[in-house]
Design a protein around this ligand. Sequence first.
Ligand SMILES: Nc1ncnc2c1ncn2[C@@H]1O[C@H](COP(=O)(O)OP(=O)(O)OP(=O)(O)O)[C@@H](O)[C@H]1O
Ligand SMILES: [Mg+2]
Length: 262
Amino acid sequence: MIIAVVGTGTGVGKTHVATALLTALRARGQAAVGWKPVESGVTGAQGEDERLLALATGEVTPTLRLRAALAPNLAARLAGVTLDSRALATMLGELSARWPCLLLELAGGLFSPLDDELDNAEWLAALPSALRGELRLVLVAPDRLGVLHDVSAACRAAAGLGLAPATIVLSAISHERAGAEVPDPEAPDPEAPGGVEAPGRVEASGRVNARTRDVSVGHNEQELARRALTRAIPVVKVGHATAEELAQSPALQALVTLLLDG
Ligand SMILES: Nc1ncnc2c1ncn2[C@@H]1O[C@H](COP(=O)(O)OP(=O)(O)OP(=O)(O)O)[C@@H](O)[C@H]1O
Ligand SMILES: [Mg+2]
């Protein structure tokens, strides 16, 4: 099985979910290994995603490390390196022949560029049919206001390439830890100059105001289950916790079961 952990964008929780998933898979006796084919923004000896994926399993897989914090094709161009998506497909075949359960984290979002020709989704869609048959797509999205658009756009565009996520993971990336006190949305913001912040107000940065509650979080899962485009895709809601804690959580257990049974 090849589990492709893809995102609705960059920084949405792919590595966090992937490392928890690797730990949970290995706890179920699966010989699982992580692979980040290309990592950009690597300034040290090793990329952070590569390091975290290796830490989860104790197994190292080859990553092309690129210094510039840009899409892989641009970072490769700056480094004078040729990024060849066909060579990556060959390596995927070799790794998946060695590992019964290969977890692949692709850079950025599902439609971010991979090389100068293909984006991640196009590359997955063009894989040889033997590899395509092994593929399970896990679409990770941040559980916050705006996610319904991002998930719908990704699923609709993926369908155009004959791809469908096996599961959608909503990750509580920007919320208080589970069980932590939720700020009262009606309470005045002590730091606002004479004003009261609106509940769940989205700041210019795109983040929901941390002092107020993102009320969409209570609705996103049910909305995805209700809508025609996504209702057939199981949604797993993952709380705000460390990857080690998540690996033990019922949500991750459910995700593992979905992938192994699917
Ligand atoms: N469910 C969660 N609980 C707590 N922290 C989380 C959760 N999901 C993500 N994070 C944190 O959010 C940050 C971004 O997550 P992560 O690095 O996994 O994103 P990514 O999609 O892999 O990013 P990139 O596109 O750079 O590879 C990290 O600091 C991560 O630990
Ligand atoms: Mg990552």
